[in-house]
Design a binder for this molecule. Structure first.
Ligand SMILES: [Zn+2]
Length: 172
């Protein structure tokens, strides 16, 4: 589909903003959620929105929001241009960490390969220096098996228990 002259102009404006973005721009720490009028739902991590008004073409882009545009800039998935009229709704969130109930266990383990932390490692069995995944190890020859801990993310066996410094309210 060929772009109209107006569309090209709007695209150029958005591209200029995108070209001048730095990866460490704090606006890129947002989460953007956009619902298109056709029902498509878009979600971008590390992104932000800019609303644009085209004063040279105030009646272009639809009857509901004439002259209005929505730009999405993302760190990893380029930039996107929508006529405001085509967008059902759009939101921008600041990422905040979710509170955990006090009963929620802390990540006890850390992987030295990928540096992820996790509550519990996956466990697998080592037989003749080969890692095997078995449902019922007791059914196998127990002498040749030894249980090992693996990282649930990268499956490396370089996992260890972290030292967790518990925050305490006492002042002693
Ligand atoms: Zn890992």
């Amino acid at each position: 589909m060929a772009m109209s002259v107006q569309m090209k102009k709007i695209h150029k404006i958005a591209k200029k903003i995108d070209d001048n973005l730095r990866a460490d721009d704090l606006r890129l720490s947002h989460v953007v959620h956009l619902v298109h009028e056709d029902g498509s739902i878009f979600h971008w991590d590390n992104a932000f929105l800019i609303e644009y008004y085209d004063k040279d073409h105030p009646y272009w882009g639809g009857t509901k929001y004439p002259g209005q545009w929505v730009f999405v800039f993302s760190e990893h998935h380029g930039f996107h241009v929508f006529a405001r009229n085509e967008v059902e709704n759009f939101r921008q969130f600041k990422r905040v960490s979710v509170e955990k109930h006090p009963d929620f266990p802390e990540d006890q383990w850390i992987c030295d390969s990928c540096h992820s932390t996790f509550i519990e490692p996956s466990s697998a069995w080592l037989a003749d220096s080969k890692i095997i995944w078995v449902e019922n190890p007791e059914n196998l020859d127990a002498l040749s098996l030894c249980q090992i801990n693996l990282c649930p993310w990268c499956e490396s066996d370089t996992v260890r228990v972290r030292k967790i410094v518990k925050k305490s309210l006492s002042t002693n």
